[in-house]
Design a protein around this ligand. Structure first.
Ligand code: AMP
Ligand code: MG
Length: 403
């Protein structure tokens, strides 16, 4: 199965989490909105001056440059002048202050020729614009400020605050449990025995999940023992909305994840046309969605980013969770045997002709070290063979993936 088809099936299968909660806009960063939000007021709520200067009526422009106008008051931000401007009059006004009735033009303070007593006379000039922000200039009352499926980010939070909104409804945080599997694994910080390696996947997945609005549950490590795996998945699936495991999805003797998902629930597919990460189990146990990621550390991370993460983001209410790609030119040749679409670790940089990218060393799926210098994944289409320098490829920058 191709990645795009797998994602399509996941988005079709997985509903957005039904539970919602109301949170303060201040605390909403990273959450997905559960409902549209409309402006309860016009923004600005009154005609506002965009500059420091004098509020006048446009029909008085000639007069303002001839005899001048009579200054009758001042309007400051938060301290409006409540009168109505009569012909021949002006008021002093500042940025953000209310433009009074009878005025429709701001003359800039830089254009003042003479200011004595209550007379203000302006230089001969044609104002470039009115410098008046009409009511609803930013957003009119009833207009959308944010839509369901939007992700709250600082600018959106600012826009909500500017409309006076202090609380919003967001999709609840799903509980996502993370297991690693394998008798060979030891926690970092402990001594290594013969034939043992450190468990890196659980920590990597837990920290990659930090980019999503989820409640992460560290479920520890499962031994390569069928009944232990079964008991653990059964208990965890009753407590979590999503389970993510790594390892144990190949066809080796100690690979129990796939069979256990099938025994406890439904297994939907498990072979992706993807490198690294061909074996990947997706299934459902009760109400819980289970992703059995492959065990090789690079495969775990790549399949998490390309498959599990967009699907979990969809559950969280995201409208569009497929990672963005950019075009870049290969600065050095890249080798690929036709077959599976491959995601190589690469480093892009800006060059004279735009973005260029090169592969960061040996691409074996156990080599986390290839990530060290990398800042992106390079997407190599399945049918492609070796690509010469200069070929245009798609890259997926880590920046967007980790946020
Ligand atoms: P498996 O699919 O369980 O056979 O795992 C494939 C490879 O990934 C093996 O070399 C495992 O030792 C390794 N591996 C599996 N899980 C982890 C983990 N949590 N951390 C580091 N390496 C792992
Ligand atoms: Mg294993």
């Amino acid at each position: 199965m191709e990645l795009a088809e797998a994602l399509g099936r996941l988005f079709d299968t997985i509903p957005v989490l039904r539970d919602t909660e109301t949170v303060a806009v201040t605390d909403a960063r990273g959450r997905y909105l559960a409902a549209d939000v409309k402006a309860p007021v016009d923004l600005p709520p009154f005609p506002a001056s965009a500059m420091d200067g004098y509020a006048v009526n446009r029909t008085d422009i000639d007069r303002s440059q001839g005899d001048g106008l009579t200054r009758v008051g001042v309007s400051r931000a938060g301290h409006p002048w409540d009168g109505t401007l009569a012909p021949g009059q002006c008021i002093r006004i500042f940025t953000g202050a209310k433009v009074p009735a009878g005025a429709d033009q701001i003359l800039l303070q830089e254009e003042v020729a003479e200011d004595s007593g209550d007379r203000v006379r302006f230089k001969a000039h044609q104002p470039a614009e009115t410098y008046v922000r009409p009511i609803g200039h930013d957003v009119a009352r009833g207009q959308l400020v944010a839509s369901r499926g939007d992700r709250a980010h600082p600018m959106l939070q600012g826009a909500l605050a500017s409309a006076g909104i202090s609380k919003i409804d967001v999709v609840a945080k799903p509980r996502v449990g993370v297991f690693s599997t394998g008798d060979e694994l030891v926690d970092p910080g402990m001594p290594l025995g013969e034939g043992q390696i450190y468990d890196s996947n659980r920590l990597a997945v837990i920290n990659l999940l930090a980019a999503l609005p989820v409640e992460v549950v560290d479920l520890g490590r499962l031994p390569d023992d069928e009944s232990a795996v079964r008991a653990a998945l059964e208990a965890a699936s009753a407590d979590c909305n999503v389970l993510i495991t790594s390892g144990g999805v190949s066809v080796g003797e100690a690979d129990f994840i796939t069979a256990t998902i099938a025994a406890l629930g439904e297994l939907e597919f498990w072979r992706l046309n993807l490198k690294p990460g061909k074996p990947l189990a997706f299934g459902r146990v009760g109400e819980c969605f289970v992703y059995g990621l492959p065990g090789n550390p690079v495969s775990t991370i790549v399949t998490f980013l390309l498959v599990a993460k967009p699907a979990v983001a969809h559950l969280c209410g995201a409208r569009d969770s497929v990672p963005r790609r950019f075009e870049a030119r290969l600065a050095a040749p890249l080798s690929h045997s036709p077959g599976r679409a491959e995601y190589q670790r690469g480093r892009f940089q800006h060059a004279e002709q735009g973005l260029e990218v090169r592969v960061t060393g040996d691409q074996s799926s156990n080599r986390l070290s290839a990530f060290r210098e990398a800042n992106c994944l390079i997407e190599v289409p399945g049918p492609a063979g070796d690509l010469p320098a200069g070929s245009v490829v798609q890259v997926i920058p880590f920046d967007g993936l980790l946020a």
